[in-house]
Design a protein around this ligand. Structure first.
Ligand code: ZN
Length: 216
């Protein structure tokens, strides 16, 4: 019987099998050839990612579309939301709705993995895409203590900022300018931040499952 790990479990069954079953004892998740991964006729997979939820609806990670469809086809996950654009993949005999959010059929325990890496997209989400100084839409990242003054590139020293404030601030400190931060910047907590750190443009359908996003 299939193992309990969620990914991967083999090729999507969108075309009739044309090769014998995989060899016994094959290592899970390794040595998958392109032909095994990609059913004929499907062509290029969309580059978007799919949000994978645990059975508890806790966000786990963002998967490539291909891997998400493998989980669905293998019965290891179910579609929670289809792609907001209603996209489908077509093979010779089947069409498959592209998912945006899927949920595992069995609970998986994922150990906490420490500090979330700093990325532009995750920082913008932490600060709600708003300039921390004036509140307009942020377009850039400001180092609160300028890097030229020894400031670090870290969650604690980076904030979302508009171009205007960034230019006004230049290489000065807040004390020199008489500016204040509405709150002390800090690294976001929660496992789902890890996936957001690598997602440049998360589907709005994901947001209800990323409930801690706007809490600092
Ligand atoms: Zn501003």
């Amino acid at each position: 019987m299939p193992d309990r790990k969620p990914i991967p479990c083999g090729a999507p069954r969108t075309t009739p099998p044309r090769a014998p079953a995989r060899p016994a004892g094959r290592k899970r998740g390794h040595r998958q050839s392109a032909s095994a991964d990609r059913p004929e006729g499907v062509g290029a997979w969309p580059k978007r990612r799919v949000l994978l939820l645990n059975t508890t609806f806790e966000p786990l990670t963002a998967l490539p579309v291909r891997r998400a469809i493998v989980l669905i086809v293998c019965g290891k996950a179910e579609v929670v939301h289809g792609d907001s654009a209603g996209s489908t993949l077509h093979s010779a005999t089947h069409s498959i709705e592209i998912p945006s959010v899927i949920r595992l059929s069995r609970f998986v325990h994922v150990p906490y993995r420490g500090r979330v890496p700093l990325s532009r997209s995750a920082l913008m989400l932490r600060d709600n895409h708003r300039c921390v100084y004036c509140g307009v839409r942020a377009e850039t990242i400001d180092h609160v203590v300028p890097r030229s003054r020894g400031g670090s590139h870290s969650w604690e020293n980076c904030v979302a900022c508009c171009t205007r404030c960034n230019h006004r601030k230049a290489d000065r400190t807040l004390r020199e300018l008489g500016w204040r931060l509405p709150e002390t910047p800090r690294a976001p907590r929660g496992r789902h931040w890890r996936l957001l750190a690598g997602a440049t443009d998360p589907d709005p359908l994901w947001l209800p499952y990323l409930g801690e996003v706007s809490s600092h």
